[in-house]
Design a binder for this molecule. Structure first.
Ligand code: SAT
Ligand code: MN
Length: 581
């Protein structure tokens, strides 16, 4: 007995896309094995050495289809103003008509898969349900790792029509006919012409961030681009922390952090590395879940030293995308141990280590179940989520921003988060060092007007009796020679230790014009090699540079325009006032 709302919609999309056959996915193991075998036959997937990498498969995307395409991503609301200044906009009628032309007959000769899925744990009041239609087995198998997929979702949906309609077709993978369109007013997503992760795993950025942020504003909750972790202190208490960082700034590494030798007694519990949904609990605190069940992480740079937990997580049942295939049919990417002499690169060409060409694409990825993570938290599937004590915001900033500072209160924290900035990551460009404002690390994911989004953040703060404290961190400060002054990775726990101490009402801080920083000498630096001079620089605030920053923020606020909440401009002026004192 299939839900009649789903059935009617699937029929309609079948009429549009004209597949040869329709397959309803149940999420079973047999289904996974059947689809995997089929994909081996067509070359959509390649099998790895099953002795060394059990259950692991490999996929190559088209060469022009290796990352999210923000310029082809649209928010389609009836009024342009509702999409706001940070989004591309198309009128819904125009978008439907344009994309219908591309979807029309796009699945001829192909199978159309119907993939029901839950974002969130079954039975949780945080949940949202989606149904993705796709012509890609790669998408089905990724969705199977990233979400609770199949019969479990149909059961959760019951007889209601309360699901996000997600339509995807690779079509002809022509970049000129590639569009990722969101229709928040219709709870619908249409994605065509791509086969890359963030563009096609529609539960992820499209539903769980863009559509969910729009829903959250209406329903009084928030969808954010955050990592989620528990920090167990030596006394056994676990403090939960969420952290927003732009893509490829170390969210996955932070969530799986391994404490340094000298900080025995601490333990990190991993709940998520990319998306967090936040609701206000009955106790007036903020409660969080990670709506995903897998990690879609950046491969390059991941190794035993930078992220030993990720390496163990991906040792089986993992889908690798755009990596290098070694001669023994295992996997390699830049930054991984045991660099091979030759192999087949991410494009499918012969590669050798002297060629100077990358073996794996800089944005190559692994898709892997959270349940395999050695530090996976037992709370991951708790339908109530976990209570959040601190929220971290951070980008890559070679200069200016100290290692860590704490906002004065919620409103000031929203200002800090709304004005955060980051240098483009290596995956985008090596040369450009210009910073880009990336409010809450959500610039490409706010599904509505950014001014309204800031207002929603302020409003949520008013409703929280016990709001989490808001911090800004910057692991990426460099010295005069361009060398990182802070060692990062596991050593970041030293900063987290101060953060949870502050979140618990502790002292050990000094006030500066931009917020509280750790008092000199209180960060635990036992067993780490940072000079006193560097430490001083890492915690210092340069008023002249910050006044210039406040000027640059003014320019950003002007771009947000009339919907910018007055409170944020007030905060900017107050900052300038404190700096001039
Ligand atoms: O490229 S994805 O959107 O799938 C992942 C990311 O950027 O976080
Ligand atoms: Mn992300």
């Amino acid at each position: 007995m299939v839900n009649k709302h789903v059935l009617a919609w699937v029929k309609e999309m079948e009429g549009l896309c004209k597949p040869d056959r329709v397959v309803w996915c149940d999420g079973s193991k047999e289904e996974k094995e059947r689809l995997t075998k089929e994909a081996f036959k067509t070359g959509e997937l390649i099998e790895f050495n099953q002795e060394k990498l059990p259950g692991c498969v490999f996929h190559r995307t088209a060469e022009n289809d290796v990352a999210r395409t923000e310029h082809l991503t649209f928010i389609c609301t009836s009024k342009k103003e509702d999409a706001g200044p940070t989004n591309n906009w198309m009128a819904p009628v125009d978008a439907y008509s344009k994309l219908s032309g591309i979807f029309d007959g796009a699945m001829r000769g192909r199978t159309m898969y119907v993939v029901p899925f839950i974002m969130g744990a079954p039975g949780s009041h945080f949940n949202k349900i989606g149904v993705e239609i796709t012509d890609s087995i790669y998408v089905v198998l990724n969705m199977r790792i990233m979400t609770n997929m199949g019969d479990v979702a149909m059961k959760a949906l019951g007889n209601t029509g309360d699901f996000t309609k997600c339509l995807h077709s690779k079509a002809d993978l022509d970049i000129n006919r590639r569009f990722i369109c969101h229709f928040p007013e219709d709870n619908t997503i249409w994605s065509v012409g791509s086969g890359y992760g963030g563009n096609v795993l529609l539960g992820k950025k499209c539903l769980a961030l863009r559509i969910a942020s729009y829903m959250g504003r209406k329903e009084g909750w928030m969808a954010e681009h955050m990592t989620l972790m528990g920090i167990e202190k030596p006394d056994g208490e676990i403090i939960y922390v969420a952290g927003a960082f732009p893509s490829a700034c170390g969210k996955t590494n932070l969530a799986m952090l391994i404490p340094p030798e000298s900080m025995k007694g601490y333990k990190i519990w991993t709940l998520g590395d990319d998306i967090v949904w936040l609701r206000i609990g009955k106790d007036g605190r903020m409660w969080a879940i990670n709506p995903e069940t897998g990690f879609f992480g950046v491969a390059p740079g991941t190794n035993k030293k930078t992220n030993g937990n990720a390496m163990r997580t991906i040792s089986k049942n993992t889908i690798f995308t755009n990596v290098l295939l070694k001669e023994d049919r295992t996997v390699w990417w830049e930054g991984l141990e045991d660099k091979p002499e030759k192999g087949i690169d991410w494009k499918g060409d012969q590669w050798n280590s002297y060629s100077g060409k990358p073996g794996a694409h800089p944005n190559s990825r692994f898709t892997t179940p959270i349940s395999q993570c050695p530090t996976g938290s037992p709370e991951t599937n708790n339908p109530e989520g976990v209570p959040i004590s601190a929220v971290l915001f951070g980008g890559r900033r070679a200069k200016l921003a100290p290692l860590v500072y704490e906002s004065f209160n919620w409103q000031h924290g929203v200002f800090v988060a709304a004005t955060m900035a980051s240098e483009p990551t290596a995956a985008i460009s090596d040369e450009v060092h210009e910073i880009r404002r990336d409010p809450m690390a959500m610039l490409p994911f706010i599904g509505y007007n950014a001014g309204d989004y800031f207002k929603h953040w302020l409003d949520m703060g008013k409703k929280l009796k016990n709001p989490p404290k808001i911090f800004h961190v910057n692991w990426f400060r460099t010295d005069g020679e361009g060398k990182f002054m802070w060692p990062g990775f596991g050593e970041n726990l030293r900063v987290l230790e101060w953060i949870i101490h502050r979140a618990d009402g502790g002292d050990r801080a000094v006030k500066t014009p931009i917020g509280y920083v750790p008092a000199r000498g209180v960060l635990n630096l036992d067993g780490v090699n940072v000079s006193a001079g560097d430490m001083e620089k890492l915690l210092s605030v340069d008023p002249k540079a910050w006044i210039a920053e406040a000027e640059s923020i003014k320019g950003f606020f002007d771009k947000i325009g009339g919907k910018l909440p007055k409170e944020l401009e007030d905060e900017r002026k107050a900052l300038v006032g404190r700096l001039k004192e």
